[in-house]
Design a protein around this ligand. Structure first.
Ligand code: NAP
Length: 288
């Protein structure tokens, strides 16, 4: 089974759109998402544009606050505080990467945790790792939903997450731990990754190394989620491949996500889902 990320994301967006419409009908309120964007990083421009198109598609309001590359931390924090107070904004994200002179953690720490739709604020990180309700980073959330769509009960399965970033690997591990998987996290210093991989019922590769995971690394019937986005030069131009060597791995698996067209589109749909979740929790608090 090849998990079609575009179709998966569309289903999720259709569900969100219905709920947003029903909220609008009942309350006359509209969920709102704000993006803080610094500089002119081309891939980030593309991501923000995609987020904007998807938000519009489901009826979520979308705002971008732009700053020059030379912006100070103080100015960025003022921008975040403005959105924290704004009753029409329910989700805030700071588009990464930020310029080197800006401390990412300091900036993210200023977002109201209830509006932290990227799930990077220490409060959300802490809630997730202590098994409480949290806003969860969008990419691992999407991976989790795709795994659950293949198999509902994950209890007792062994899962290998390759990569230990705060963005992907660590939250992914927490989500699968919560599902009672036995979780191993691999990284650049891990010895014999292949042997660990061969034992895993679930493999999530979030590394950034083209075709690292080969067919002979995979246990028959495993679920394989490929988060990696790697640019490989060709004679003419380039192509995008994942961390998993799709051709050899696809023969062994129960399910796999392709690159492109797998995790990527679902990540954006999860951002909208987090915005809706934030809207609901903020308005529940307001109504108490
Ligand atoms: P990151 O912060 O660079 O982390 C990469 C992780 O991989 C690190 O933990 C690193 O280990 C580990 N690693 C590096 N080389 C390794 C090797 N040879 N064997 C085993 N582990 C190795 O990357 P990230 O932000 O998590 O992103 C990972 C990939 O996902 C990238 O390709 C990125 O573009 C992609 N991505 C995709 C989406 C999407 O929506 N599809 C979203 C975000 C990111 P150490 O900790 O020891 O250095």
């Amino acid at each position: 089974m090849i998990i079609d990320g575009k179709k998966f994301a569309q289903k999720l967006k259709n569900k969100i759109k219905k709920e947003v419409q029903s909220i609008k009908n009942k309350t006359k309120l509209t969920p709102g998402l704000a993006v803080i964007f610094v500089g002119h990083h081309t891939p980030s421009e593309i991501y923000v544009r995609k987020k904007q198109i998807s938000a519009k598609e489901v009826g979520i309001n979308f705002k971008v606050l732009r700053f020059k590359n030379s912006v100070t931390e103080k100015k960025l924090i003022l921008g975040i505080q403005k959105f924290n107070k704004d009753k029409k904004i329910h989700g805030i994200l700071v588009q990464l990467p930020l310029p080197n002179h800006i401390n990412n953690q300091k900036i993210i720490g200023k977002i109201d945790p209830r509006k932290d739709v990227d799930g990077f604020h220490p409060i959300n990180v802490g809630n997730l790792s202590s098994g409480k309700d949290a806003l969860v980073p969008c990419t691992p959330l999407g991976c989790y939903l795709m795994i659950k769509s293949v198999r509902k009960n994950l209890a007792g399965l062994s899962a290998l997450i390759i990569g230990r970033s705060n963005l992907n690997g660590k939250p992914m591990a927490q989500l699968l731990l919560k599902e009672d998987c036995t979780v191993t996290i691999g990284h650049s210093k891990t010895k014999n990754l292949k042997a660990l991989c061969k034992k895993a019922d679930i493999v999530v590769a979030a590394v950034g190394r083209a075709n690292l995971v080969k067919g002979d690394w995979i246990k028959k019937g495993a679920i394989v989620i490929d988060v990696g986005i790697n640019r490989v030069e060709k004679k003419k131009g380039y192509k995008i491949v994942g961390d998993v060597e799709f051709k050899s791995v696809v023969k062994k698996v129960r399910a796999i996500t392709p690159v492109p067209g797998g995790v990527g589109p679902v990540t954006i749909a999860c951002l909208l889902s987090n915005t809706l979740k934030a809207f609901k929790s903020i308005n529940l608090l307001l109504s108490k």
